[in-house]
Design a protein around this ligand. Structure first.
Ligand SMILES: Nc1ncnc2c1ncn2[C@@H]1O[C@H](COP(=O)(O)OP(=O)(O)OP(=O)(O)O)[C@@H](O)[C@H]1O
Ligand SMILES: [Mg+2]
Length: 286
């Protein structure tokens, strides 16, 4: 059996805007093996989130043009129907969004949100779902799972909400977890705990992770392989060691140089007149 889980081939994305076409992804190629932890790093607006949205079938507006392939388990899913994507989402592929409180639906109790995800896996009663969710929360050291399940998202602290979101994303043992900046909204300790939890749960189920971040410190802690995206182009890829020891692209070097300064997850900013900017622009075909 092949060890390949996800293969993105020459993926292109553009939006038709009032002002004309906006090319957002330009022939992206990316690969994940089963159980592999991969980071996708890049500055704001470089195309990280839209890549995850395409993997989940969430970009279907009329003004979207997409080309290339997203092969998941040997099947091109780029143009699947919403009905087919619904079976995959939360089941084979899960996502954790940037802000845990915002990721949860504010008007439903946590138990109802678990119910929806559990139903995606198999038909069950609310009682059965409550039991499964409660066991799962207990396993991740949440002391009072029943109280948490009876809460609304706003009643949870950021750290607790993050644990709930991760547990929910992992409850159906997905083959792929997309983690879109799962930690930036949190303080450093909670951020580390969230990463540790994600690491432990995904190891247990051999779930591959595509971790999206601008924080090279997070990459160093979590990832085995790294892709660097700059303005819709993958400008660098390699094992973590290769990329950290021998970065080829100026943008990667800038990211690495910024690690000690990244206390607020701030990105390096480029002055368009600087030599750095010229060097980077030379590498990216616009
Ligand atoms: N629905 C949309 N319509 C038009 N343009 C869009 C849409 N969604 C995203 N874009 C544009 O696509 C580009 C990539 O956006 P994306 O959200 O993937 O960035 P990102 O790398 O995730 O950035 P950040 O680090 O800030 O989250 C941006 O220029 C953004 O403005
Ligand atoms: Mg984003």
């Amino acid at each position: 059996m092949s060890n390949k889980l996800l293969k993105i081939e020459d993926l292109e994305l553009s939006f038709k805007m009032y002002e004309g076409l906006s090319y957002v992804l330009k022939k992206i190629n990316l690969e994940l093996h089963k159980g592999e932890k991969v980071a996708l790093v890049g500055e704001s607006g470089s195309g990280k989130s839209v890549t995850t949205k395409l993997i989940l079938g969430l970009l279907n507006q009329k003004n979207v043009t997409k080309k290339g392939k997203i092969i998941f388990n040997d099947k091109n899913i780029l143009n699947l129907s919403q009905k087919e994507f619904k079976k995959i989402r939360g089941n084979n592929i899960s996502i954790i969004f940037q802000d845990p409180i915002a990721a949860l639906n504010p008007v439903f109790k946590i138990k109802d949100q678990f119910y929806e995800v559990n139903l995606n896996n198999k038909p069950m009663s609310k009682k059965e779902s409550f039991f499964i969710a409660s066991k799962a929360l207990e396993k991740v050291s949440i002391r009072d799972p029943e109280r948490v399940l009876e809460s609304y998202p706003f009643q949870l602290s950021g750290g607790l909400a993050q644990r709930v979101v991760i547990t929910m994303a992992m409850i159906n043992k997905p083959e792929l977890l997309l983690a879109d900046e799962p930690s930036t909204a949190l303080d450093v300790t909670i951020q580390n705990q969230a990463l540790d939890l994600m690491h432990d749960l995904t190891q247990e189920t051999n779930t591959a992770v595509l971790l999206i971040t601008h924080n090279m410190g997070v990459v160093r802690k979590f990832a085995e392989k790294v892709y660097v995206i700059f303005r819709g182009v993958i400008v660098e890829e390699g094992t973590k060691d290769q990329v950290f020891k021998n970065p080829g692209h100026p943008y990667t070097k800038a990211l690495l140089n910024s690690i000690p300064k990244l206390t607020n997850n701030q990105l390096p900013k480029f002055d368009e007149d600087s030599p750095d900017y010229a060097a980077i622009a030379k590498y990216t075909h616009r």
